[in-house]
Design a protein around this ligand. Structure first.
Ligand SMILES: [Cu+2]
Length: 165
């Protein structure tokens, strides 16, 4: 009698376990609404890729015919323009630079020191313009940004050609 009761109880326990497992199996269902809510956020239009930093001549325009003295004005985008700090500078602040211009010279390679000599003019005061005397004829004007140590950086140089009357 005792043995038969034990077997009956065992069967009941098995049924109870099956019910519990069934309940567990249905648990993932409530998570579905959260999953369906996620895709719209992921499918939202991505912001346009930011263009890289650049420097450019506001004036004169590339190919322009100009009269000496020539007024040069520089532009800069996605990079900070800043005067070189006073005193002895031993490290360059990241993301900050100043303009340099050269007549009839090309862009210096990335990482090169910009000579403190002709044809390079340093705008270490952070200025973005200069009046320049140029002899008649065709000349190239190169604008290149340098950091606090006057070292060139990737993508921050441009060259235009002007015709001086
Ligand atoms: Cu410089």
């Amino acid at each position: 009698m005792t043995r038969s009761h034990s077997r009956w109880f065992g069967s009941f326990a098995l049924v109870a376990a099956t019910v519990v497992v069934g309940a567990c199996g249905s648990e993932p269902a409530p998570a579905t609404p959260a999953e369906t809510a996620a895709p719209p956020a992921a499918a939202a239009p991505a912001p346009p890729p930011a263009s890289g930093p650049r420097v450019f001549f506001v004036e004169p325009k590339d190919g322009a015919t100009v009269k000496s003295p020539v007024s040069l004005r520089y532009g800069i985008e996605n990079y900070e323009l800043g005067a070189v700090p006073a005193g002895t500078v031993t490290t360059a602040r990241p993301g900050i630079g100043h303009h340099h211009v050269a007549v009839d010279s090309e862009c210096l390679p990335v990482g090169a020191p910009i000579p403190k000599a002709a044809p390079w003019v340093h705008h270490g005061d952070g200025k973005s313009e200069i009046e320049m005397q140029l002899p008649p004829g065709k000349h190239t004007l190169t604008l290149q940004l340098g950091d606090d140590l006057h070292t060139t950086m990737t993508g921050l140089c441009t060259t235009i050609t002007v015709n001086v009357e």
